[in-house]
Design a protein around this ligand. Structure first.
Ligand code: ADP
Length: 598
């Protein structure tokens, strides 16, 4: 139970208690008054009767008179049931029913006596020294004509009245206690009724403070407290809405941060790392748990990087640089350091954005290497053409035989140049994915037979046997022109790099391969020769552009060094793979795996 309810209950009890007490006091007073009033009336009546029953005009000595009146008083005492006193006009007590009049002092100064003389009746309530208790005195004067002869006084103890008042009080007290208990219970109920909704509202407010935005006040009352509850509910509604929006935005923001390829790291103005996204973790080789909360210079980072951050902290200016990182793997990172300024232009730390430029730089390097390669490759035939043409012009033209052979060389070289440019264009087209594939069903047996037929003349020149082992019913979906390009390239390489009398074989097998999740039928195409083979160290680079094992041999055979590179790209366009197995002097085997359906 809370303090407010206790206070409210207490207030109710005090209120009810006070009213009951006041009512009791009033009642007691009223009762006392009416009791005394009744007594007075009675006593007066009795006095009037006594007035006429006694002979008030007796003469004699004081002692005689005292004896007589005392005797009378004692006689009448029983019937009146009250103490009777006869006081002479000069105040001397002549007769007394209960005490010895000789011991009593002059009564003329008694208030009731003065009042009786003045008004005809005197009434007083006072403590009697003689009796030792509260008494009610009623006095009437005894007259002889207009002359006051004495006073007749009746006195009654107020004990009865006091007793009944006391009784009334005890009843009242008992009643009061009962009323108190009932009042207490009712007050409690009442206070509970008032405080319960307040408590509920307080509880809900507390829950909202503790981030339970779903908490609501449930009670149907329409009074002020009900309205307060409703206002709280509305506040909670809007709070919930806003919190949802905030969490949604936060979620969006953090998912952007987590899923972006750039690394983001934030350092606050106390130089502590406060944010690190996944890419940054990957680039820097540390998890957020390891780095968050740490000072940037304790984060075990590359020295130059730490220095750069330090510099940004000192200059508070944007810094951008590219740096090679060696841990966790070798990478080129583009580093952007931005000073964070809050809306009020207050310095808040540094935001670091990292971009992995390794691939880009590698590509750039490859491009420039390619350009250098191409220029070099072009230069050789052009130099040859130019040289022989010069020689011819200088006079070799006259020697018919020499002239003819020179012209043949010029023709061959320009032919090679043509091929080279053709290949370069083809490769650049394939690499930039500008050639769309036109898939159609290809009957492999007839298709390969056709390719072999095309290459036959060349093979015959070197006495090389071309063999094929293709199932009659093998079909696949492919771009026929591109597939032909693959086969012709590999066959011509086979013929080129196989000495006379060798053998080149094309083989097709169907593979049942389960590819990650989907069941796809695959086909294995093998072109094997019995030629010179490729040294182990060259195998990994064989598919690179312009890579040749033996430059002189390749050139003399008319190769451009681009054939395998084109083949690899075409196979990949068909979602296939190519690999090579070879042993020097024993021959080479190019194995292509392609999906049957697309
Ligand atoms: P090239 O036009 O020089 O043949 P390729 O790209 O077709 O260019 O081949 C690259 C290099 O791979 C060749 O120069 C050659 O050294 C080697 N090579 C290709 N095919 C074979 C093969 N069947 N046997 C031996 N070496 C081969």
């Amino acid at each position: 139970m809370n303090k407010f309810r206790a206070r409210l209950t207490l207030m109710f009890i005090v209120l009810i208690g006070c009213s009951v007490l006041t009512a009791g006091l009033f009642m007691a007073k009223l009762m006392q008054d009416s009791h005394i009033e009744a007594l007075k009336t009675n006593m007066l009546r009795e006095l009037h009767i006594l007035q006429v029953t006694v002979d008030w005009k007796r003469s004699g000595t004081d002692a005689e008179l005292t004896r007589y009146y005392t005797g009378q008083a004692m006689l009448l005492r029983n019937s009146a049931d009250a103490r009777i006193t006869y006081i002479r006009a000069d105040g001397k007590v002549l007769g007394e029913s209960d005490y010895d009049p000789g011991n009593m002092d002059n009564h003329l100064s008694r208030q009731e006596v003065i009042d009786a003389e003045k008004y005809g009746t005197g009434i007083a309530t006072r403590y009697s020294q003689t009796v030792g208790r509260n008494m009610l005195y009623v006095v009437v004067p005894v007259k002889d004509g207009a002359v006051t002869q004495g006073f007749l006084r009746l006195a009654m103890s107020l004990e009865d009245v006091e007793n009944s008042i006391r009784h009334l009080w005890s009843v009242l007290l008992a009643g009061l206690i009962i009323v108190f208990v009932i009042a207490g219970l009712i007050s409690y109920r009442l206070a509970y009724g008032i405080t319960r909704p307040i408590e509920m509202i307080t509880r809900v407010a507390q829950q909202i403070t503790n981030r339970n935005y779903k908490a609501r006040v449930h009670f149907p009352k329409k009074d002020e407290i009900g309205q307060l509850g409703m206002a709280l509910n509305r506040m909670a509604d809007s709070l919930q809405l806003q919190m949802n929006r905030i969490t949604e935005n936060e979620g969006r923001l953090s998912s952007v941060l987590e899923n972006m390829n750039s690394g983001v790291m934030m350092i606050d103005k106390e130089e502590r790392i406060v944010l690190l996204n996944r890419s940054a973790e990957e680039f820097l080789g540390f998890s957020s748990q390891e780095l968050l909360g740490k000072k940037f210079d304790e984060a075990k980072q590359q020295f130059e990087f730490t220095q750069m951050i330090q510099e940004c902290f000192e200059t508070r200016e944007h810094i951008r640089d590219e740096m090679i990182f060696y841990y966790p793997s070798e990478r080129i990172l583009d580093i952007n350091l931005n000073p964070i300024l809050q809306t009020d232009d207050e310095w808040a730390g540094v935001l670091i954005v990292l971009h992995d430029t390794t691939a880009m730089r590698r590509l750039e390097r490859m491009r420039s290497e390619f350009v250098a390669n191409v220029s070099h490759e072009l230069k050789t035939p052009i130099a040859a053409v130019k040289g022989f043409a010069e020689t011819l012009l200088a006079g070799a033209l006259n020697d018919k035989e020499t002239a003819k052979s020179f012209l043949q060389i010029i023709f061959d070289e320009s032919e090679r140049l043509n091929r080279l440019i053709g290949d370069i264009l083809e490769l650049s087209k394939i690499e930039s994915k500008r050639i769309p594939l036109h898939f159609s069903p290809v009957h492999l047996h007839s298709f390969i037979a056709n390719c072999v037929h095309v290459m036959n003349a060349e093979a015959k020149k070197k006495h090389i046997e071309l063999e094929m082992q293709v199932p009659q019913d093998a079909y696949m979906e492919a771009d026929e022109d591109r597939l032909r390009q693959i086969l012709i390239n590999l066959l011509s390489n086979g013929i080129n790099y196989t000495p006379e009398g060798g053998k080149v074989k094309v083989k097709v097998e169907l593979l049942d391969d389960i590819v990650a999740g989907s069941e796809g039928e695959k086909l294995k195409l093998t072109i094997a020769d019995t030629g010179i083979g490729i040294p182990k160290k060259d195998l990994p680079r064989i598919f690179e552009r312009f890579y040749r094992v033996d430059k002189a041999r390749s050139r003399s055979s008319g190769g451009t060094g681009l054939g395998l590179s084109i083949v690899k790209h075409l196979v990949e366009l068909h979602k296939g793979t190519i690999r090579v197995e070879s042993e020097v002097g024993m021959g080479s085997k190019f194995i292509i795996e392609l999906p049957v359906l697309h």
